[in-house]
Design a binder for this molecule. Structure first.
Ligand SMILES: [Zn+2]
Length: 171
């Protein structure tokens, strides 16, 4: 299993190759990329690589992506306890979603707690429905970063499916 640092290096190398290819392709007008799309893709990819790595399922221990959260890394300990290593958290479609859902839950809990403790506090609100043109590159960047991690782990896209298919049916 590659270490967190090796995973980061693999993702950075893949990103460099991809951005180089995208640059060449856009110079030859094979693809049209706006600076906003490139930026949001990069943002999604960086967040997926450094902050929301599948190895947060080990967050009850010492793990690279938990360290990047600094003091807030402790918020990922329950995630590490909830998900077994390389289980659902390392699946291709649902795995990345579990981390987003967990993060949304933690933010909702923190906001709820802050509102309860300090009723008069004004918290930043969620921005108006974000443009789809911005959301798609973020999601693509995030998922690509996750899939590179899974490929490096040697995990195939049907991970978890075979196991559930093999399970004997209960009557
Ligand atoms: Zn992993």
């Amino acid at each position: 299993m590659p270490s967190g640092r090796v995973h980061n290096l693999i993702n950075i190398a893949a990103f460099s190759v991809l951005s180089g290819a995208a640059l060449v392709a856009s110079r030859h007008q094979l693809v049209v990329l706006t600076p906003a799309q490139a930026l949001t893709f990069t943002l999604g990819f960086a967040v997926g690589t450094f902050l929301l790595s599948p190895d947060l399922d080990l967050a009850e221990g010492r793990v690279d992506s938990k360290r990047h959260w600094g003091i807030l890394g402790v918020l990922w300990v329950p995630y590490g306890l909830l998900f077994s290593h390389r289980g659902l958290s390392h699946s291709w479609v649902l795995g990345p979603l579990t981390r987003l859902a967990y993060l949304a839950l933690v933010i909702a809990l923190v906001v709820g707690l802050l509102r309860y403790i300090t009723p008069g506090i004004t918290l930043p609100t969620v921005p108006e429905p974000v443009n789809v043109k911005v959301i798609i590159p973020v999601v693509l960047g995030y998922y690509l970063s996750q899939w590179l991690h899974l490929i490096a782990d040697g995990i195939r896209p049907d991970h978890g499916m075979k196991r559930s298919l093999r399970r004997p049916r209960r009557r």
